[in-house]
Design a protein around this ligand. Structure first.
Ligand SMILES: [Zn+2]
Ligand SMILES: [Zn+2]
Length: 409
């Protein structure tokens, strides 16, 4: 049973409710372009995961079957007192490993390159929760290896991992302010807002997943202060709406410094040093501009209302495609979803261009509609466009209505 897949309808419903509350209260915590970019990064993370997650599952499986220290039986995790205790123990230990995974994800450059995607949003709402990286498969699994080495059953660990991730969804909101004592025990909206801040006093704080107690134990806890409102985002802004670039941005900065520094030790070392560290020669040659949050402005290209509605409609198509692909992957595996994923990724890329109001965005969208979509659908199954009259008409209608709408905005 895939708990995260089951939670998706709930996530989308909660997002809609939070959006309506935002409009009703007039709080202005939602911008369509930022939310679409966050959700695009989330869809990209999920869909690339169909081709990358096997790596962690394979390694975890190998460790569990060859090197497990204890022979922990799956049947022990039942509805008895001891069984419930074991479930809680597994969940707490997973959360402990998550803390270190998350902390290193901020403090070591190459790990930050993967995790930064989650922090690039300059808004903070439930769509930010779904803004996930596509490249954590390189290293994240390492931090959970000890639990497989102890010998916890794989499906117990996969379940507590899913619960851990699902828990973190609700804390990405500004509609809930403070929760008293809870803010000092659990990860909550208030202390997780601090985690998403770029203010100096809040940086590298509150790494917990479910329990913020780990931060209090290891000295990384800070409370949200009324004196200093949180400024959300990262210090080198993404400044575009391309979900692919969001995943490459920090790797690109590191690659730039690695190429330009002279010493080989630094070319390699730069990836594994503390985040923000730069070799002296590149720091002198290409100095960074100091960050001044008083001058901070959100990235926000303006679009016509008609173009905004068009992007929203095409995002809805992307979302439906992603749900269709998730179902196909669950029943038929990764082999059948590659071409649908290519279609989906093209759609997400174009949405970014349209939201940035690029000159060539409309031309690229027309190329997608008239060339990429028909070829992609034909590659999936010729019956989709060429054989069956009803589906052929459906696709043709989608393409023509989209193209006419696009011409008008
Ligand atoms: Zn983080
Ligand atoms: Zn977060």
């Amino acid at each position: 049973m895939n708990l995260i897949a089951l939670a998706v309808p709930f996530f989308l419903f909660a997002l809609l409710v939070e959006f309506l509350i935002d409009r009703w209260r007039g709080t202005g915590y939602y911008r369509g372009n930022d939310a679409i970019n966050s959700l695009s990064a989330g869809i990209l993370s999920e869909s690339t995961g169909y081709f990358t997650k096997f790596l962690q599952y394979t390694i975890w499986g190998l460790v569990l079957s060859n090197f497990a220290l204890l022979d922990i039986q799956r049947s022990w995790f039942n509805a008895s007192m001891e069984g419930v205790f074991l479930w809680v123990l597994a969940a707490v230990l997973w959360d402990f490993c998550y803390y270190w995974n998350h902390r290193f994800g901020h403090e070591i450059s190459i790990l930050w390159a993967a995790h930064a995607v989650h922090h690039q949003s300059e808004d903070y709402n439930l769509s930010t929760a779904l803004r996930q990286t596509s490249s954590s498969f390189f290293f994240s699994w390492i931090f959970y290896l000890p639990l497989f080495l102890i010998g916890f059953p794989a499906d117990v660990l996969i379940t507590v991992a899913a619960v851990n991730l699902i828990y973190q969804f609700w804390v990405h909101t500004q509609q809930i302010r403070r929760l008293g004592m809870l803010d000092r025990i659990f990860v909550t909206p208030s202390n997780h807002r601090v985690h998403h801040a770029q203010n100096e006093r809040y940086i590298d704080k509150n790494y917990g997943g479910i329990f913020v107690l780990w931060d209090r134990l290891f000295g990384t806890f800070t409370e949200e202060s009324d004196d200093e409102p949180v400024v959300f985002g990262v210090r080198k802004p993404l400044a575009n709406w391309n979900p692919f670039w969001a995943n490459f941005q920090v790797y690109d900065y590191l690659l730039f410094d690695a190429r330009n520094t002279r010493r080989w030790r630094d070319k390699i070392g730069i990836w594994f040093r503390r985040t923000g560290w730069r070799p002296d020669d590149v720091a002198a040659q290409f100095p960074k501009r100091p960050v001044n949050l008083d001058e901070f402005k959100k990235f926000d290209p303006k679009l016509s209302n008609s173009r905004r509605r068009y992007v929203l409609a095409q995002f809805f198509v992307a979302l439906m495609t992603a749900l269709f692909i998730a179902d196909a992957f669950a029943t038929k595996g990764a082999g059948v979803v590659l071409v649908p994923c290519l279609l989906l990724w093209t759609n997400l890329y174009t949405l970014g261009l349209l939201n940035e109001d690029r000159l060539y965005a409309a031309r690229f969208e027309l190329l997608r509609l008239f060339v990429i979509v028909p070829i992609g659908l034909y590659a999936i199954d010729p019956a989709l466009i060429a054989v069956t009259l009803s589906s052929g008409l459906f696709v043709a209608t989608y393409i023509l209505v989209s193209a006419l709408w696009l011409r008008k905005n």
